[in-house]
Each structure stands twice: as structure tokens, then as C-alpha cells.
Ligand binder design. Sequence first.
Ligand SMILES: C[S@@+](CC[C@H](N)C(=O)[O-])C[C@H]1O[C@@H](n2cnc3c(N)ncnc32)[C@H](O)[C@@H]1O
Length: 270
Amino acid sequence: MTANWASYDSAAESHDRLAGPSYFEQPARDLVAAMDVGSAASILDIGTGSGLAALRAARIADPHAMVVGMDPSVEMLRIARSHGVRQVVAGVASELPFEDCVFDVAVASFVLSHLSSYELGLREIVRVLKPAGRLGVTTWGSIENEYREFWQSLAETFIDKARLTEASREALPWEEWFTNPENLEQAFQGVGLTGVRVHRAEYTIHTNIADFLAIREASLQARFMRQNLDAAQWERFRETVAAEFYRKFRDPIDHTRDVYIAVGTRPSTS
Ligand SMILES: C[S@@+](CC[C@H](N)C(=O)[O-])C[C@H]1O[C@@H](n2cnc3c(N)ncnc32)[C@H](O)[C@@H]1O
């Protein structure tokens, strides 16, 4: 069972202000650009978060197109709405609250790895796509960076490594799996999507140490730690991390992340 640290509610404000602009906005734009939303009358953004992909789609699509942002986190939906996503719906990918064959386009940006069964989620998405409807997703690639690794090593001095690993597996069971583009391609093909294309993109993240640490503090691992450390330990962790980062690195700390963008089509006859 996932506990409330796995919900994005407590991370929503930080995601919107920091991680969204630094890490998620450009991939969301590139995902939407790969989807030909100009011809779509109905678009679904699954795991919309603060609404980055939905808003980008709404900007490019026909003004009469229906754009729906869906997410299990009510806080994320509240923020998405405040940014102008007009239709927001609470729900999870494994049980989409929509009829069959409703959407021309569905996108899910950095969401698949959260699902306990990605196959079930993909089947649900295909169900709500119209025949010839298109699905596009993004997943993180495998480039690591020394800043995340260093943060992780410090975290492991405050909480048992095995517990932290177990928590990451529980909340992001497919994160590592989808760093392999072949797995992504096979997952799409496995639910009958055709014309599957996967391409890789690299993004340079420009950030300073303070923002990087604030983003890490909203991560699933930090949320787990916060729930399992007492208040004094958590404060000591934060102070230690800040002191060690400023000692070891020169501010700002630019780094690169790689992303896979996968697109496929529901066959017209299925
Ligand atoms: C890493 S965030 C990405 C948010 C947004 N797509 C973006 O690119 O900024 C992952 C999002 O997936 C949502 N999520 C988690 N589990 C989900 C599920 N089972 N079904 C749909 N969305 C889920 C989270 O609430 C969160 O908003």
C-alpha cells in the first residue's frame, strides 16, 4: 500500500514553481509537438500535474477542442485549473473515468513509471482513444548526474538505504524499466498500438543549488524521509545537505537529463 508520501499533493506547489519550469516544461512541449494536436477535437492529459502538457496542447489545438487534465492529486488539479486547464478530472490511469473511444489524442508525461501495472494503464488509455487516436508519453532516460547521486548518498546516512530503495520501488515501480527505450516500444506494441516511434532528447537544466535542493525536497524519496524521520532529524538532514552542497559544488549547477518520447496510434479497426 502506498502511503500519503506517495501522493503529489504535498509536492504540488514546489512542482509548479520549480521542477515544472526546470525539468518538465520543455519535454511537455516536445511531446505535444510530436502529437499533431492541431487536428484533434478532444485531448486527454493523464497525470497532468500542474497542467504543462494540457496547456501546451490547448494553445496549439483548435480553440473549440476539448482538453481534459486528469490526475489523482487534487492539489495538482487545483494548480492546473488556476493556470487555465478548464476541464480537470480526478482519477487514475488504471481506471479512467471516461467512456470508450472519446479522445483523439492522449498524452502522459512522466507518468507511466508510477503505475503499479503500466500494461493495465496503457490498455485503459487505448480504450478511451478513438480508432486512429494517438498516444504520446515521456519517460526519463538513464543519464545520472553527480548532484542527484550526492544528494542520495547524504540521504542514505539519515535513513536506511534498503528502506529508501523499497519506497522508490513502491512509488515508481517502472522508473528504471522505462529508461530502456526498447521496453517502452514493446509496452506500446503490447497493447496493440501501431506506428510506434521512440526518440531520445537531451535537456540541459539550469538551476542553482537552493532550487535544486528545494526540488529534491519535494521528491518521492524526500517525502518518504520526511514522513519517517522526526522533525529534528529532518531539519538536521536539510542543514547537512545544504552545507555539503555549498562546500562541494560551485553555484549554479547545470546538468543534463535525457528523455524518451514515445508515440503510437490505435489501429482504425480495433
Ligand atoms: C512527475 S509528475 C508529472 C506531472 C506532469 N505530467 C508534468 O509533466 O509536469 C507525475 C504525475 O503523475 C500523477 N500520477 C501518479 N500516479 C498516477 C496514476 N496512477 N494515474 C495517473 N496519474 C498519476 C501524479 O499525481 C503527478 O501529477
